[in-house]
Design a protein around this ligand. Sequence first.
Ligand SMILES: *Cc1c(COP(=O)(O)O)cnc(C)c1O
Length: 219
Amino acid sequence: MSIASNLDSINASLPENVTLVAVSKTKPVADLMEAYETGQRIFGENKIQEMADKWEQMPKDTEWHMIGHVQTNKVRFMAPFVSLIHGVDSLKLLQEINKQALKNNRIIDCLLQIHIAEEETKFGLDENELNLLLSSTEFKEMKNIRILGLMGMATFTEDQNQIKKEFTHLKSIFDSIQTLQTENCELNTISMGMSGDYQLAIACGSTMVRIGSSIFRGR
Ligand SMILES: *Cc1c(COP(=O)(O)O)cnc(C)c1O
């Protein structure tokens, strides 16, 4: 199957309110261009340097999403061009993004990553840490970031009930912060679901799926 036909069938299966992030980490620019030519504009990368290299080579109307874990000292390399940072998991990181966004005279959209999986290895805030962050004065004063919603990754397991429980948990946390009224929040995005579990994620309320191997696999 070609990248174009993979994209066609995935797009045909997505409801209108769900955004597709084509996860292109480790893939060559030629593969990204093949996706671009079918109309795909949003690409997800998990390494800042690799994303910056591809940003230089791809057409300028491409949108770049950082989906990996972000080190504070590397934020400045993507601050000029990144469209959405999915994995924000601390106030300290958010402060650095705010600072670099200000330097670039822009507002950077972010998602807060929530730890929903059983595995310790996955990053993210728990519900309590999320509420502390959102209610802090430091957060309320940040003018160069905008929080669009939450991101989460389910446990790597075959157990559909387990995955469903975790996605439902993320959706319920999202619903619980809807009352939040600060100028730097515009909550409309739940980023959850990958190649293996995106249909379940959508059934549980996902509005943004991050799909890599089902688009670019076997090449
Ligand atoms: C790699 C990756 C994906 C895509 O995973 P696939 O199983 O290839 O679809 C999604 N989200 C994150 C955070 C990733 O690192």
